[in-house]
Design a protein. Sequence first.
Length: 274
Amino acid sequence: MPSDGPLQGKVALITGAARGQGRAHAVRLASDGADIIAVDLCEPIASVPYPLATAEDLAATVKLVEDTGARIVAARGDVRDASSLGDALQTGLDRFGRLDIVVANAGIAPMQSADGWRDVIDVNLTGVYHTIEAAIPTMIGQGDGGSIVLISSAAGLAGIGSHDAGAIGYTAAKHGLVGLMRVYANLLAPHSIRVNSVHPAGVDTPMINNEYIRGWLAELAEQTGAPPDMGNALPVQVLQAEDIANAVAWLVSEQARYVTGITLPVDAGFVNKR
């Protein structure tokens, strides 16, 4: 573990940690000294037409975190199922004995799926609720505060999407995270636990960079007359996962010790341009 990292001695729970943004969060926080509890489903969901993360992906995250010198416990768990998630978290608590940081990152994007509404709400909204509820007894019991970051989206701040059940559900779920964040920021403030949400524009991860999502974006552009890209204000097509991880690393650090209840866009000006 880095001996002088700003998160030395901290333990971070990260959901959806097998690849993409979750992996970037794990590696960045580990580089800052945190030990990691990495949770991912590692199996398909029927309504999601692109490949989800695998056990091999999660193993790759473990290797990258260990390469930083930090410790990691990886467990398969389903954020849709409170008991499954609780069991996965307990595996990490049994090893590390504490929990200081939560990054509720697990999410899916079944945009054109007719059956996508239920699954996207279950994963992207209910799953985040389960994650917070699983974490707060330990965090409150420790009595020394903490930080929770909900990974929302630019779609959580703007009414974007297509007339498809999955796309509408995605935007609704990401907006719902703002409500969760604001309520928990108030509920947990007396315990010095800070809660914030981060709102990326399109990020170059397997959830976005796949044939299915590229096809959906092209069809959406044809319907709206907009260019088939993310529509950012700054001259960048997509962000990198590390860009979002940098913002998360700041939010969970002491540098942001009085920052709570905010929606932080990391979106190259996407929302401002709307």
